[in-house]
Design a protein around this ligand. Structure first.
Ligand code: SF4
Length: 360
């Protein structure tokens, strides 16, 4: 490619030689007025990692409760205990929900609020019963924030919590709750939630127990570009240390139904695409970068495949959290729709499970 943005030339040389870009170069990528040149560099990394393949999974989201003691200021989903809009799913409801997804289901993604009163057996028996009734399904469950909450509430160490959950059927963990690794932002937006130190500690322990995990970043609120870059560099260092991350998922903030409605606009598609490309370039040690269509929209996710993403998540069936924040995307997609979105972008759809085993 003939770069019009000459400052990208040495950056691309570094990328081609397998080197790590520095923070200044990362900021330049974000500022570059030539997004297609940025896309070209990110696609180069993607093609080296996963060739023309783009992954998707037949999955189901279970959001077991919206009652949460954290009440993060950006969250449109959580309720207080006793609130009439609060809900907690029973085990029967969860099993019925999963059964409704059919026999081709490969992954359940389970996350919820930090409930102050449930017993620990609610979670372990949830996992045990899912494994018993749907032995063909992998369980990706509980963010580091939920693990820290369980440890706190039930007087256990992080490791004890993870051991009990793994014995009950946990296969992998999602990457949520990371938000943005900045104490400045944490104090303003989610002061009761764990910060980077505990988030990274829990993922480190999970990786040491061979529980793979994902990682996320919530952007498009009050964070600075420097904080975005810092977040990505922290993850790259952590992955160099443990090697246990499977996928990184950048999540654009949805302001609707939050205190930021009318004050903050959702990130533009261009910003979302640049963040995906930057993630692919910085996190060259992460196997996969996901274009999460629920938050990006199917259309932007499709373009994101040419900005370095190699995963489109899945069918999902019934997503509640982003839809509480006003998402206008569907709450599920048919498998054929996902396959067509991938094919029409020039890539090859590859069905996967939670651990990225391929089902070609
Ligand atoms: S973002 Fe998560 S931890 Fe924070 S209030 Fe919402 S459900 Fe609770």
């Amino acid at each position: 490619m003939q770069f019009k943005d000459e400052r990208l030339i040495p950056i691309f040389e570094k990328i081609k030689n397998g080197g790590n870009i520095n923070k200044q170069e990362a900021l330049h990528i974000l500022h570059s007025p030539f997004p297609l040149e940025v896309a070209f560099m990110a696609r180069y990394v993607k093609l080296k990692k996963s060739q023309k393949k783009v992954y998707y999974v037949i999955n189901k989201h279970i959001n077991y409760t919206n009652i949460c003691i954290s009440r993060c200021r950006f969250c449109a989903y959580s309720k207080d205990a006793g609130d009439r809009d609060g809900y907690t799913l029973s085990l029967d409801e969860i099993l019925k929900d999963i059964a409704s997804a059919g026999k081709r289901l490969r992954e359940v993604h389970i996350v919820g609020g930090l409930h102050p009163h449930l017993r620990f057996s609610y979670y372990t028996s949830m996992l045990e019963n899912i494994k018993k009734n749907f032995p063909y399904v992998q369980i990706k469950a509980f963010t580091a924030v939920e693990i820290a909450h369980f440890a706190n509430l039930y007087g256990m160490t992080f490791k004890q919590v993870l051991e009990e959950l793994r014995n009950a059927g946990l296969d992998s963990m999602p990457g949520g709750g990371a938000e943005i690794f900045s104490e400045r932002v944490r104090k303003k937006l989610f002061p009761r939630k764990i910060g980077y130190e505990q988030w990274s500690e829990i993922h480190r322990i999970a990786h040491s127990m061979n529980i793979p995990t994902n990682a996320t970043m919530l952007f498009g609120h009050i964070e600075t570009e420097e904080e975005v870059v810092e977040h990505l560099f922290k993850l790259r260092d952590l992955q160099d240390e443990t090697g246990g991350f499977l996928c990184f998922i950048p999540l654009p903030f949805h302001p609707w139904n939050t205190i930021f409605e009318g004050k903050i606009k959702k990130a533009t598609a261009l910003k979302e695409l640049k963040i995906i490309a930057l993630s692919r370039i910085i996190l060259n040690n992460f196997p996969h970068i996901k274009a999460y269509w629920i938050m990006l929209s199917p259309q932007v996710s499709q373009i994101a495949l040419n900005f370095g993403a190699d995963d489109m998540d899945g069918t999902i069936c019934e997503e509640r959290i982003t839809h509480a924040a006003g998402a206008i995307t569907p709450s599920g997609l048919k498998e054929n729709t996902i396959r067509n979105l991938i094919k029409k972008s020039g890539f090859v759809p590859m069905e996967r499970d939670a651990l990225y085993h391929e089902y070609g």
